[in-house]
Design a protein around this ligand. Structure first.
Ligand code: GLN
Ligand code: ZN
Length: 760
């Protein structure tokens, strides 16, 4: 081993061909028994470790593997099982574990939420009424397994106690210290046992250190890590942070641990500047996250060497570790199988396996610097440069259009209050108009039809005819139900982002770019690799066809620029906002084409607007301003009589309401049924003057809601909002629901609207 070490923080769980996902789902479906399940999982786990070993990594993480989620694993190893799951005594412990994540016959699942600013979702631990006990030393088990089976002396990975507690719920603010006092000794026990086993380094993840913390929190960090450090004099603790610069560099690097892990990719240069200016403690190891753990692009390794060079001005080589910026959980497994991609693009990609290769190459170059290694560094520069100089990234027409935009915020010709009058006249809708959010049930037949077409078993014509028939059938159903504003149903779309990714220039979808979203659920974000533009309409055909079947208005249906960007892998050679504006310009052309073809209402969905908010509050405004700009860039050129809708499926709203209002959409629909009236309270304090539909029923559940309960939700909303501005709609799209659930639910919704119209 050389002076500089190479390391990894976590490896993707899903497998090259999503074997992990398939195994989980087979187990849930009762197709494999528990014994086979465990042995197959072990095989996968060892395979992942072996791959990392073959790469020549010095520090290989163990215990990062999970059967569902690492936050749930942490709760589970401390026996933090919410009471409602403790009842099924007959069940195996594995089934209890899955029940917490997925719910069971008698108990609803624990909540799931976003893991920091990623698209990974973790299970929120519920601590109410529980007291922790060490049920199993999970990291130790995995350490032993790797050692016995593969001769790997792994680096056990644990989620740290403070981040764990901050992500949990079911305790009051003032109980945090009590909880820390309970968990602290258990963590100490885990570490003690690792120490006795001969473990050298353990990685403790405390990503909460990149978010705002107060004095008290830092005191907690000192208290907890002092205790852990004292309990394990021979064990080295690496305190790992990621996704942003740490909040208070000085305090973080002085913590009583032997190593600090910092992100030098997503820190906007702040971590790097802090290391250079303030130095780094001589007695600590710096684990430098220099390879992007969140994106799929190959790195320019020459630039990375320069970055590392800056670090070596203050950190001795034997105290330096080279690693990805975060766990590789957030990137796909390997580029190797992407045979269908253009070589220029494929050559500029790097998924988990390739990223580890980059890490090792950098490390070896620092340690040995042979000419062979230098040649390989040069290859990375050429690969990146070739893509940067390709025509895909140098579309002068697009760049010219962007340059010509000017500073001013794109603005509709008339102000909202004026548009409102014109639109009311044009559409002549009843009070409390009813509509849906866009997608209608994606039945197995719809999916099968798409598959047959994809596999070329069906011709384009056959598939298009199928979609048309489905649209026609549903126009009739919607009319019979009595909805006021119709949708085409999105039958032709697999996914609200991928669909556009496949149609826009500069975008592509890779076949194997899967990443875990939650549990066994994987997503394949499309890839923005070049300048984005539109060469032909994407949605006009379906919308125009639908409108031709009915006299009622049909909403055109698009995904907005912010959401498309947030749910894609995005090129990193230009600012994200520049890509966002290119997407917005392409959408503007689509919207203009819809309008020119007689579509008078156009919905531009932005469900990812809120979840894209940066981790650091001081960056929110800039993010929101750019989002508002892009949305308006896409939507502001339409006539006053054209009605722009938007949709967002979350209820936490109060802190961004002003920006949402600035989108200047004529109508917004948002989730409200699940948030139990919390959303409505917002409008008690803040004014919203445009039209708005608060979801009246939860589409996430198969339950068919009754007319009365929906009417009650509207009644409550109308205490704070005017009936003239109110729309009646479900919480979100209906694609995951069955036809037999959707029709009665919408019938009841329309009945509720009729009943309410009498009253207001
Ligand atoms: N129009 C989309 C649909 O109905 C919106 C989905 C979403 O908000 N996530 O499916
Ligand atoms: Zn939604």
């Amino acid at each position: 081993m050389g002076l500089v070490k190479s390391s990894n923080l976590g490896y993707p769980r899903i497998g090259e061909k999503r074997e992990w996902k398939k195994l989980l789902e087979s187990y849930w479906a009762g197709k494999v028994d528990e014994a086979i399940f465990h042995s197959e999982m072990k095989r996968l786990r060892l395979h992942f470790l072996e791959k990392q070993k073959r790469q020549g990594l010095d520090w290989i993480p163990v215990g990062d593997f999970s059967l569902y989620d690492h936050v749930l694993d942490t709760a589970f190893m401390f026996g933090l099982i919410p009471e409602r799951f403790q009842l099924d005594v007959g069940d195996s412990i594995l089934d209890t574990y899955f029940a917490i994540a997925r719910g069971s016959q008698d108990a609803v699942a624990s909540e799931m939420t976003k893991w920091f600013n990623t698209n990974y979702h973790y299970i929120v631990p519920e601590l109410q009424g529980l007291s922790p006990q060490l049920k199993r030393n999970r990291p130790l088990d995995y350490y032993r397994e790797a050692k016995n089976e593969l001769g790997i002396q792994g680096k056990p990975v644990l989620l740290g106690p403070i981040t764990f507690l901050k992500l949990s719920k079911g305790y009051d603010e003032d109980e945090l210290d009590t909880w820390l006092d309970r968990l602290g000794p258990l963590y100490a026990q885990v570490l003690n046992e690792l120490e006795s086993e001969g473990v050298q380094w353990v990685q403790i993840d405390e990503p909460i250190l990149v978010q705002p913390l107060d004095e008290k929190d830092f005191d907690r960090f000192y208290r907890v890590y002092d205790a852990l450090n004292e309990a394990t004099p021979k064990l080295n603790i690496l305190l790992q942070t990621y996704f942003e610069a740490v909040e208070d560099y000085e305090k973080v690097v002085q913590l009583p641990v032997q190593g600090i892990g910092l992100d030098f990719v997503h820190d906007q240069g702040i971590n790097l500047a802090a290391v250079s200016k303030q130095g780094f403690p001589k007695d600590k190891v710096l684990a430098a996250g220099v390879i992007d753990g969140r994106n799929i692009w190959r790195a320019n390794l020459q630039e990375k060497l320069e970055l590392i060079h800056t670090l070596t001005q203050v950190v001795a080589l034997d105290r330096l570790v080279i690693q990805p910026s975060s766990s590789l959980l957030h990137v796909p497994v390997t580029v190797k199988n992407e045979e269908a991609l253009e070589p220029l693009l494929k050559n500029a990609l790097s998924y988990a396996d390739e990223k580890l290769e980059e890490v090792v190459l950098l490390t070896e170059t620092l340690n040995e610097g042979t000419s062979e290694l230098k040649k390989r560094i040069q290859e990375s520069v050429s690969a990146v440069t070739a893509l940067n100089q390709s025509s895909a990234r140098n579309n002068h027409e697009v760049q010219q259009e962007i340059d010509n935009l000017g500073e001013a915020l794109p603005t509709r010709p008339a102000a909202y209050q004026e548009r409102r009058v014109l639109q009311a006249k044009r559409f002549n809708l009843p009070l409390l108009p009813t509509t849906t959010i866009g997608s209608l049930p994606q039945t197995p037949e719809v999916r099968q039809a798409r598959q047959k077409w994809r596999r070329r078993e069906w011709s384009d014509e056959a598939y298009e005819q199928f979609v048309k028939d489905e649209i026609k059938r549903w126009v009739k159903i919607q009319e019979e139900i009595g909805l006021d504003v119709l949708v085409h149903g999105e039958f032709e779309r697999n996914d609200m982002v991928e669909y556009f990714g496949e149609k826009l220039i500069g975008y592509t979808t890779a076949k194997h770019a899967w990443v875990q979203s939650y549990g066994s659920r994987c997503v394949k974000p499309p890839i923005v690799y070049g300048d984005v533009s539109l060469d032909q309409p994407m949605t006009v055909k379906e919308s125009v066809y639908t409108q031709s079947l009915t006299d009622r208005p049909v909403k055109g249906m698009l995904t907005g620029p912010v959401t498309i960007l947030n749910w894609s892998f995005v090129r990193d050679d230009i600012p994200r906002s520049a890509v966002q504006n290119q997407i917005a310009l392409a959408l503007r052309k689509e919207i203009e084409a819809l309008e020119a073809n007689g579509i008078a209402m156009i919905q531009v969905d932005e469900p990812a607007l809120r979840e894209g908010l940066p981790l650091k509050p001081e960056k929110w405004q800039d993010y929101l301003d750019k989002a508002v700009y892009a949305f308006r860039l896409a939507t502001a050129t339409v006539e006053n009589e054209t009605q722009i809708h938007t949709h967002m499926c979350y209820a936490e709203f109060q802190d961004i309401l002003e920006s949402i209002s600035q989108l200047d959409a004529d109508v917004i629909s948002i989730e409200a049924a699940r948030s139990h009236g919390e959303l409505v309270n917002v409008f008690e304090e803040q004014v919203y003057d445009k039209e708005i539909g608060l979801g009246v029923y939860d589409i996430h559940s198969p339950r068919v809601p009754g007319q009365e309960e929906m009417a009650m939700i509207v009644d409550r909303a109308l205490e704070v909002l005017a009936p003239e501005q109110f729309w009646i709609n479900p919480d979100c799209g209906l694609k995951t629901r069955k036809e037999a659930e959707v029709i009665p639910a919408l019938e009841a919704m329309v009945e509720a609207a009729k009943q309410l119209r009498e009253k207001y």
